[in-house]
Design a protein around this ligand. Structure first.
Ligand code: HEC
Ligand code: HEC
Length: 461
């Protein structure tokens, strides 16, 4: 997979060089407005219809008036998917959910999914509003034992707009982003358990204009993941999106996530549809989302970002429920690492990254409930691989930049910036994408920053 993508991108970068060097109107017009390619094929602008459902990488012109703007490089972005495929997907996966309370997923709500997993007594609005301690306490929800529900709230830089200038007081366009995550174990005797499902991850995305978690506010967007018992006839994960509490039909399943934040490069109000957009960022680019992973929770990265893009947020506001929440995040990451191993094995970067977090934040260690700085967080796949070192002048400057500008995607898409060997192997591609503004895709770097990144990459040893 990787080499195919890499060569495709190399072709794209080369093609772009030719375009700029020798501008011909027709060629540029072909790039416009959306040229899509399938992985492994040459970067042709005509994807065959048969391949359309399998398209993995979208290449669009960066500037609105792209045809005239020869300086606009191609943009390689997360593939947003489309409504028809989302609908087909829901119909296909409904067939796998034996005993689900509604005939179709499309007419169901969060309430139905909670009931399916054995949590009929938990109303969606309560799941949203009760604080984690309340949700996790024995006896609050009838039949639910300690450990069945894990819940944590955190500052979520990855859902914040970094492309548009910030307003007064450092408030990002669209506000600060926060997440509340619940992991609900399929209760014994529940229909979901009988159908071979193991857990329901329910994720609430809330925004605020103040740099603290907005208690009492309902989520603007809600996402879900269903995790099966491995390996049965189930797909590796199921992805869902739900309407908000304030929608016409509260909490009903819908096909897409409104994600202006990650897709700023390809226009406002762009939608991410299930399952393809989700799967890409959750570690799978192949049919039926094979190998799709639950993403580990990186508290260190969330805290890092209060020191660069989001200085208005205090580091102590990031983990909303304080030091005691680390115990919950640890349990969540243990489950996530086990999931990553079940679908990808121990060598995959997702598993390595989750393992590193767990090692650094071991319950008995000095940093059990503390932030660990970037240069101590590098990891390797094999003994002898390169690793980041605080003692190296290039590493010390480069890693924080990659962490700020690339980590958002490259901690779950294609490679992980904390795995130095991978960065080293990709450094020339990284430089060309940065040079031609093809990466990062969620903001435009100024020339000085680009020059610095390229220089550091060229000196990486
Ligand atoms: C741009 C990358 C990206 C895209 C696209 C994306 N996710 Fe995620 N998702 C993440 C990351 C990273 C996390 C970990 C939480 C965090 O850091 O905020 C996450 C967390 C989650 C979680 C909580 C469990 C976990 O994996 O940690 C759910 C549920 C979820 N995403 C569902 C979805 C669904 C459904 C879609 C598609 C509609 C989707 N995601 C699209 C990156 C992405
Ligand atoms: C908002 C998301 C996002 C951000 C931020 C981002 N990228 Fe990417 N990048 C992608 C996607 C999507 C791909 C396509 C990979 C795929 O489909 O597997 C990609 C691919 C790449 C590749 C090719 C990977 C391979 O395995 O061949 C390189 C190199 C790259 N990006 C460099 C960068 C650099 C350097 C930065 C930061 C300066 C950056 N990217 C920031 C989304 C992003």
């Amino acid at each position: 997979m990787r080499p195919a993508i890499r060569s495709l991108l190399a072709v794209l970068a080369a093609g772009f060089l030719l375009l700029t060097a020798c501008p011909k109107k027709e060629e540029v017009a072909q790039q416009q407005p959306t040229a899509t390619t399938t992985t492994g094929e040459p970067a042709s602008t005509t994807a065959s219809p048969a391949a359309a459902t399998e398209k993995l990488i979208s290449v669009t012109s960066a500037a609105p008036g792209g045809a005239q703007n020869l300086a606009a490089p191609p943009r390689v972005t997360v593939e947003p998917g489309n409504p028809t495929d989302a609908d087909k997907y829901y119909t296909a996966i409904r067939a796998k959910l034996n005993g689900f309370p509604k005939p179709t997923l499309q007419e169901s709500t969060v309430e139905d999914m909670l009931a399916y997993f054995g949590y009929g007594a938990l109303r969606p609005s309560l799941a949203e509003q009760l604080d984690p301690a309340g949700l996790m306490r024995e006896g609050v929800i009838p039949g639910v034992k300690v450990g069945d529900i894990l819940c944590t709230r955190f500052f979520a830089p990855k859902i914040i707009n970094v492309g548009a200038p910030q307003g007064a007081g450092g408030v990002p366009k669209g506000g600060f982003g926060w997440r509340k995550l619940l992991r609900l174990r399929a209760l014994d005797g529940s229909k979901a358990r009988t159908a071979g499902l193991d857990a329901f991850y329910l994720l609430f995305n809330v925004n605020s204009d103040t740099p603290v978690f907005p208690k009492g506010k309902f989520a603007g967007q809600i996402q879900g993941i269903l995790q099966p018992v491995y390996r049965t006839s189930h797909r590796d994960l199921y992805f869902l999106v739900f309407e908000a509490h304030d929608a016409k039909v509260p909490y009903r399943v819908r096909g897409y996530l409104e994600a202006t934040f990650d897709l700023v490069g390809i226009g406002e109000n762009t939608k991410y549809f299930v399952p393809i957009a989700c799967a890409q960022c959750h570690g799978s680019v192949i049919a039926e989302e094979k190998g799709a992973k639950v993403n580990y929770l990186d508290s260190d990265h969330w805290i890092d970002r209060t020191g660069d893009d989001f200085k208005a947020v205090k580091p102590e506001s990031v983990i909303v429920d304080g030091a005691s929440a680390y115990a919950t995040i640890r349990k969540l990451n243990e489950g996530i690492r086990t999931q990553n191993e079940a679908v990808g094995g121990k060598g995959v970067f997702a598993w390595l990254a989750a393992s590193k977090w767990l090692e650094l934040h071991d319950a008995t260690g000095a940093d059990a409930t503390r932030h660990v700085p970037p240069l101590r967080r590098g990891f390797v796949a094999r003994a002898g691989d390169r690793n980041w070192s605080g003692g190296d002048a290039v590493d010390a400057e480069l890693l924080p930049m990659l962490n700020q500008y690339c980590y958002r995607c490259h901690s779950s898409v294609a490679y992980h910036v904390f795995q130095k060997q991978e960065v080293f192997d990709l450094k020339s591609e990284m430089s060309s994408y940065v040079k031609f503004n093809a990466m990062p895709q969620d903001r435009r770097l100024d020339e000085a920053t680009k020059a610095k990144l390229i220089d550091l990459l060229s000196r990486l040893k």
